[in-house]
Design a protein around this ligand. Structure first.
Ligand code: HEC
Ligand code: HEC
Length: 221
């Protein structure tokens, strides 16, 4: 009887503990120093248009140059904080370890008791007066799978990974283009919430660069 009651109460106790941890963590973070409290752009804020690459007559060279330009977005902290080398996300423009320490696990959404949704809501949550500015949020916030890790890779390695269906979620190049131009977690990078610098250029410009990279042969630098 007592065991049965315990079994019923335990999940609730865990949930309460997680909520407590989450709130304590946000308060601790508020007291800390954000990487870019001004929220203003601090590195390459623009993207070159596809037309600027027309002068490169060799298609292979043009393709590599287009990918290198698009990679300003791909390697931006707004993207690769969610595509880390380990199963733990990183934060801010300095890509420091996530505070509090988080294990995303195989699911990408966290492990028992403390999942991403304890803190990350469906939209950015502004924290008025805090140095962090906001808790980032978007529908189904989760870490990219291990096979899609980009941190620590060269541009050439990221490019090959992106083209490899065994590692990119079974996607064709057309699927990759669609994901880059329409996925909501990708879109978040240009609407990252108070206190966070958006990814360079616009998602539309980024999508056009990826499309042109594909039509020129999807060559890797
Ligand atoms: C909140 C976390 C998060 C952010 C931010 C994020 N991603 Fe991802 N990304 C994911 C997850 C999760 C997947 C796996 C989705 C799937 O396979 O359906 C993924 C998959 C991808 C893929 C699929 C193929 C592959 O090889 O990785 C691409 C391409 C991609 N992301 C690009 C981007 C770009 C570009 C940005 C920034 C503009 C970005 N992501 C930002 C979580 C994120
Ligand atoms: C205890 C609360 C909490 C939990 C749980 C949590 N996060 Fe966070 N996360 C935050 C806060 C607060 C920030 C903003 C910190 C900042 O900007 O310095 C943040 C920032 C991030 C960022 C950085 C965004 C950027 O570009 O700077 C990523 C990526 C991220 N979290 C991913 C995750 C993932 C994936 C999970 C689940 C596996 C998760 N978080 C679980 C509180 C949490």
């Amino acid at each position: 009887m007592i065991m049965r009651q315990l079994r019923e109460i335990w999940p609730m106790a865990l949930a309460a503990m997680a909520a407590g941890t989450a709130i304590a963590a946000v308060i601790a973070i508020e007291a800390g120093v954000a990487d870019n409290p001004s929220g203003r752009p601090v590195r390459g804020a623009t993207l070159k248009g596809v037309a600027e690459f027309q002068a490169i007559t060799d298609a292979g060279m043009r393709s590599r140059a287009l990918f290198t330009e698009a990679a300003k977005v791909i390697t931006d902290p707004r993207c690769i904080n969610c595509h880390p080398a380990s199963r733990s996300p990183t934060q801010g423009d300095a890509m420091h370890p996530h505070m509090p320490p988080i294990q995303a696990g195989k699911s990408g959404t966290g492990i028992a008791g403390l999942n991403c949704h304890s803190c990350h809501r469906f939209t950015n949550t502004t924290l008025p007066g805090s140095r962090v500015g906001s808790v980032p949020g978007a529908e189904h916030w989760l870490l990219a799978p291990a096979s899609m890790a980009w941190q620590g890779l060269t541009l050439g390695e990221i490019c090959k990974q992106l083209k490899d269906p065994a590692r990119n979620g079974g996607r064709s190049l057309a699927d990759i283009h669609r994901h880059m131009s329409t996925d909501h977690l990708v879109s978040w990078a240009w609407h990252p919430g108070e206190g966070r610098r958006p990814a360079p250029g616009s998602q539309e410009e980024f999508g056009a660069l990826i499309e042109a990279w594909i039509t020129t042969g999807a060559e890797c630098p």
